[in-house]
Design a protein around this ligand. Structure first.
Ligand code: SF4
Length: 335
């Protein structure tokens, strides 16, 4: 839903109309302007003609066997497909993972999206629509979205303005009212984006997709590392921490025989031993990849132990929706 377009339509209307519209869309979660029965008929008609509430069409729904993960393939107006995922955590959190671009320019070797090329940035309303879809879905079970992560298709910092303007609307108390501290952006390390975020008055979380303890390996896995090497990223992260005093997560996919040896764990510990840094170990999802395999459970355990012994804060991510390819870096329109 395009709020700027709506503001234009409402130019001649009284000022409380915009507030009413936001309530109808973000709180009552209407799907059609005709459901906004408190609006005069001519306004509903005008809105229906010029501004769709739902810009994305659900093309396919995939639900994991344990029903904790729902992946939706959305069709955009030009026919492209994007994917978004809802993860239902045991502790009650309801996290939506959204896409920020159609495809991705970054080209990470382990990522299905990265191998498919790039089409275009998503608009602010296309980003918001993904979230609204799941808000409506959860409403049926009297549940709400608690967290939003920008970890779907695309590099959020290469679509900075649209991503930040979507976050501001989602965070707004007249919007979806999701607390900034419950919204996370994950970047491959676009330092320009980290620097811009540092200057924003927004308390959102920052995550860095690191996946390697040194530049040599990282450049092989993530060619973007040549432009944004680890030292450059860490300098930007340190400035971010200095200004915001917020923790930063370093995501590390555990890939068998590639980045999971004890020596690499020690190298990683040396690199990331700083206050407010923490590492999130993620088991690699092999579905759809022939070159890489996931590290075994004991290797991940050993790797984690070395990090902990070295004084690193470590978390391990539960893998949602493995069989429906809902994992990070696997949202790629394979279907
Ligand atoms: S992992 Fe993220 S940044 Fe890398 S290619 Fe995939 S979508 Fe792009």
């Amino acid at each position: 839903m395009d709020l700027i377009k709506i503001e234009e339509i409402l130019k001649k209307e009284s000022s409380y109309r915009l507030k009413q519209i936001k309530k109808a869309v973000f709180s009552d979660l209407i799907e059609d302007w005709n459901q906004a029965t408190t609006f005069p008929r001519n306004l509903r008609e005008k809105l229906s003609e010029s501004c769709q509430i739902k810009e994305l069409k659900e093309e396919k729904t995939l639900i994991s066997k344990d029903k904790q993960t729902v992946k939706i393939l959305f069709k955009l107006k030009e026919g492209s497909i994007i994917e978004s995922v809802l993860m239902k955590h045991i502790d009650g959190r309801r996290t939506v993972c959204v896409s920020s671009q159609i495809g991705c320019k970054i080209g990470c070797k382990f990522c299905a999206t990265g191998q498919k090329g790039f089409k275009r940035d998503l608009t602010t309303s296309e980003i918001i629509d993904q979230v609204l879809f799941f808000a409506r879905l959860l409403k049926k079970d009297k549940e709400n979205i608690t967290n939003i992560v920008f970890m779907g298709m695309g590099e959020p910092f290469l679509n900075y303005d649209n991503v930040i303007s979507a976050i501001k609307i989602l965070n707004d108390k007249d919007g979806l009212n999701i607390g900034a501290r419950h919204i996370s952006i994950s970047t491959a390390g676009i330092t320009r984006g980290i620097e811009k975020l540092t200057a924003e008055p927004l308390q959102i979380n920052l995550a860095i997709s690191l996946h390697a303890p040194n530049n040599e390996l990282r450049s092989k896995l993530m060619p973007i590392n040549k432009a944004y090497p680890i030292e450059k990223i860490l300098t930007a992260v340190d400035d971010y921490i200095k200004k915001t005093k917020r923790r930063v997560m370093f995501e590390y996919l555990m890939i068998d025989g590639v980045n999971d040896s004890p020596i690499q764990a020690e190298e990683l510990a040396k690199l990331l031993k700083k206050p407010l840094y923490f590492v999130n170990l993620i088991s690699f999802n092999p579905i759809g990849h022939s070159d890489f395999k996931p590290s075994s459970g004991w290797k991940i355990k050993k790797f984690k132990e070395i990090l902990i012994k070295s004084g690193i804060n470590v978390t391990q991510r539960y893998q949602f929706g493995k069989e429906i390819r809902a994992a990070c870096g696997q949202l790629a329109g394979r279907e």
